[in-house]
Design a protein around this ligand. Structure first.
Ligand code: SAM
Length: 317
């Protein structure tokens, strides 16, 4: 059970008893009655997991920025920023900005008069970003859910998001929000990871972590690699009103000096660390060592070169 919420679910089962009794009066078979009666539980469980998987706080932002940033996120940030049209752009909104890796590249790339607003669900993530910017460099930081943007309609020339949309539970709502705040002809530009099998570091981490849990292994790593069906992405954007939707697969090589640094990032630099620690905190260093060993077997102990694959999506209002 995700997040050790067994007790809460027991209480819920008691609350669901009246539903079970009511269903007994219907002509449904026992299996159908069971499935219907536990549906609210499944939804509660899903919500708890989504919350846990999006909680980037505590020591996570620092580990994310230090160990994962350079290998996984910096190369794609440079690629994405270069796709923002500079001409005619006067206001850019970044969603799920995290520790400001893309924000840093955008601020360097865009003329200083372009307004840049960087938002994220977790304030501790962008607090980590402040030290990367000089006094004169203007960025407005704001805590905001991509599904509920605190802006008026038609405010921005571009909305950008690097590897954040996968964490958003309601993708259709996030697409509608991006559409709403974009000006006419505005650009929605975002990246998502391709399937886990194309991103070997994530796959190694996921498999190694799972091997430590006989029952109910942590599911965090399914989230970042969950939204890569290009037809589905296009369908969601089209339904939100976007046109000229284009997707492009971008393969890169992530580079790092030491396997152990990458392993620290993969275990301690995202919410899987919380899931592991909740079950047994003493497992964190053990699993980090095991991930280091797995990376070493695959890519060597030093000068890691790991293949990565992302999908870059652009759509116009
Ligand atoms: C993998 S990080 C990507 C961060 C950053 N864009 C980068 O490239 O380094 C995912 C980010 O999504 C944020 N996030 C998760 N759910 C969100 C939501 N509903 N709205 C806005 N941000 C969200 C998390 O707080 C986290 O900072």
């Amino acid at each position: 059970m995700c997040g050790g919420k067994r007790v809460a679910c027991l209480f819920l089962q008691i609350f669901l008893q009246p539903t079970r009794l009511a269903l007994q009066k219907t002509g449904l078979c026992a299996e159908q009655r069971f499935q219907i009666s536990i549906r609210p539980l499944a939804l509660v469980r899903q919500r708890i997991c989504v919350k846990e998987h999006t909680k980037f706080s505590g020591s996570i932002p620092a580990a994310y920025d230090r160990y994962l940033g350079p290998i996984l996120f910096q190369p794609y940030a440079e690629d994405l920023a270069a796709r923002v049209p500079v001409k005619k752009t006067s206001a850019v909104l970044e969603l799920a900005c995290g520790t400001g890796i893309l924000t840093r590249v955008l601020r360097t790339y865009l003329p200083s008069k372009v307004k840049l607003i960087a938002t994220d669900l977790n304030e501790p993530m962008f607090r980590q970003a402040a030290a990367k910017f000089g006094k004169g460099e203007k960025v407005k930081w704001l805590e905001a859910d991509a599904c509920d943007l605190p802006f008026d309609d038609r405010k921005f020339d571009a909305v950008v998001c690097q590897f954040g949309i996968m964490f958003v539970a309601d993708k259709a709502l996030a697409a509608r929000e991006a559409y709403r705040v974009l000006k006419r002809d505005g650009l929605f530009l975002f990246s998502v990871w391709d399937a886990m099998k194309h991103n070997k570091l994530g796959e190694l981490a996921h498999r190694t972590i799972a091997s430590y849990f006989e029952k109910d292994p942590p599911t965090f790593y399914q989230v970042p690699f969950s939204y890569h069906n290009r037809a589905e992405i296009r369908r969601v954007l089209k339904q939100a009103g976007f046109r000229e939707i284009k997707t492009e697969v971008i393969a890169k090589i992530g580079q790092a000096k030491r396997a152990e640094d990458v392993a620290r990032g993969l275990v301690e630099g995202n919410p899987v660390a919380v899931t592991i620690a909740k079950r047994d905190p003493s497992l964190l260093p053990v699993i980090t060592d095991a991930v280091t060993a797995a990376i070493t077997r695959r890519f060597g102990k030093q000068n890691i070169h790991a293949p990565m694959r992302a999908i870059v999506v652009r759509a116009r209002v």
